[in-house]
Ligand binder design. Structure first.
Ligand SMILES: [Zn+2]
Length: 224
């Protein structure tokens, strides 16, 4: 008895959609960068499923159907394979480059599919029962499609975050890069307090002094 092949779905990256604009690919790439740094041990079951949804979107550029048991991603994504993919990815990102600056990732057996679509023309897709292989392949494709350089990746300047990511727009030199508006707002609030702190405090002192004077004045008046 032979396994019936699962029907082909959308390609990993249809070559012509490279034109979708750099930020589209950077967003998908950032999902993988975030995943490489995620603490998997603290994830609740709900958070775990959400992580799988995000990984699916990063790989296929499409929404995951959690109920589809025949989907090769749903079949192969489990705690063990996800952990292995994370280890491999984190190693490639943080210290994988050799003396030439190249990164090498070990792949498992793959199948190649050749698909056709009237609007796209022919495209190919690589499929593997080994999820880390699929994720490494996606990582390489997204790096290329994003048209970024190593120097475009930053650590979030929010000291409480520090996440490694690629900003959607070029960050001017010497300007801090933030991974989210939440991180940008937090640091803006801290900067504001630092710059205006003494002034704000003096104004507050002034105000309470005035309040006190007003109160004691009216008290004095009522005593009269
Ligand atoms: Zn951040």
């Amino acid at each position: 008895m032979t396994d019936k092949p699962t029907p082909m779905r959308a390609p990993l990256v249809p070559p012509r959609s490279y034109k979708l604009g750099d930020t589209y690919w950077i967003k998908r790439l950032n999902t993988l960068l975030r995943f490489a740094d995620e603490d998997l041990g603290v994830l609740t079951d709900d958070a775990w499923e959400e992580l799988l949804d995000q990984l699916y979107e990063s790989i296929y550029g499409a929404k995951r159907d959690r109920a589809n048991k025949g989907d090769i991603f749903n079949k192969t994504a489990n705690r063990k394979s996800i952990r292995e993919a994370q280890r491999g990815l984190a190693h490639a990102i943080k210290k994988g480059a050799d003396e030439y600056g190249d990164v090498r990732l070990e792949l498992a057996k793959q199948r190649m599919g050749i698909g056709h679509d009237e609007s796209l023309g022919f495209y190919h897709l690589l499929e593997s029962d080994h999820l880390p292989t699929t994720i490494y392949g996606t990582f390489a494709i997204l790096l290329e499609a994003s048209c970024i350089r190593r120097s475009d990746a930053h650590n979030c300047a929010n000291d409480k975050c520090g996440r490694y990511f690629v900003p959607l727009r070029k960050v001017p030199e010497k300007k801090p890069a933030y991974c989210s508006t939440k991180c940008a707002n937090r640091m803006a609030a801290i900067r504001y307090r630092k710059a205006h702190g003494p002034k704000l405090k003096a104004r507050e002192r002034d105000r309470s002094k005035k309040r006190y004077m007003k109160k004691s004045l009216s008290r004095n008046r009522s005593l009269r």
